[in-house]
Design a protein around this ligand. Sequence first.
Ligand SMILES: [Ca+2]
Length: 305
Amino acid sequence: MPNENKRPWYRNPTYLGPIAVIAAAIISSPIWVPLIFQEPDFRIFINPMQGAVEQGGVITTVITIKGIHGYDHTVSLSSCGQPSGIVIAFVPQFGKPSYTSGVTINVDSNVPVGDYTTIIKGRGADGKEHNCSYTLTVKPHPPPTPTITPTPTITPTSMPKVWEIGYDDNSYGEFDQLDRYPFPGPFPWHYNVSEPPDKFPKEINDFARTPINIHFSLCDEQSKNDLLLTLDAHSVHGPDFSVRIKTQINEVDTRTFDNVKTTHEILIKKDFVASGENTIILECASPPKTGRWLFWDYLSLKAYG
Ligand SMILES: [Ca+2]
């Protein structure tokens, strides 16, 4: 194939353009810059860069001094910017790079609560300096633990559950919906706690749907302790609804529910229950036929001890 432009290849712009671009790229590449302009120096790092400690406490962090391009001067460490009650110690305080130094920060008990930034300075024997910063959060010292044991309070979540009827789900959908005929259905109601919740009536009211008898058994150990009955209403119709609570032994209490206070916890003394079979009876204590009713969310019985 004949050479159409009759010029040698090195004068052909088709070749010269790309060659010039490649040469420029090689010369200006960052790979070459440190080799051409390298200067011994060091870098300073701190990790972690921040921490939190109580007044009167101690916290630690680590400084790394890293030499670059053969830096061989001793670098010493110092700190500034912190209040007088914060004392910072470096071990070691100086060395030739690369090295690490443990930093211990002691906070006096009278240092005010707050955030403090400390500058850690590394100074080389040749005069080079580099800094890093550490942010310290000083938190209040916790008050001393009282030596007097407070009176135990009711902590239902830590108490073993004897039974639960329904679910704490803000719904009465799991219960017997009472939509059978003939009205008003099977009241007085008898429910055994071993039955599913759809055998328990969704409501108690001031007309026909009362009382509800809950049958359950207690072992010897459970009957020797007080019990905590939780009645949680989904909603109340009428201004309020009052429930009288009894056991087969005695009347326990009467509680009034409304749509603000929908949960009542009722203490049942151990004298009001027995080992073996027991019954809790829930009755309407509101005036009869005044258009009041209560839908349940869930009921539970827990044992102390
Ligand atoms: Ca429920």
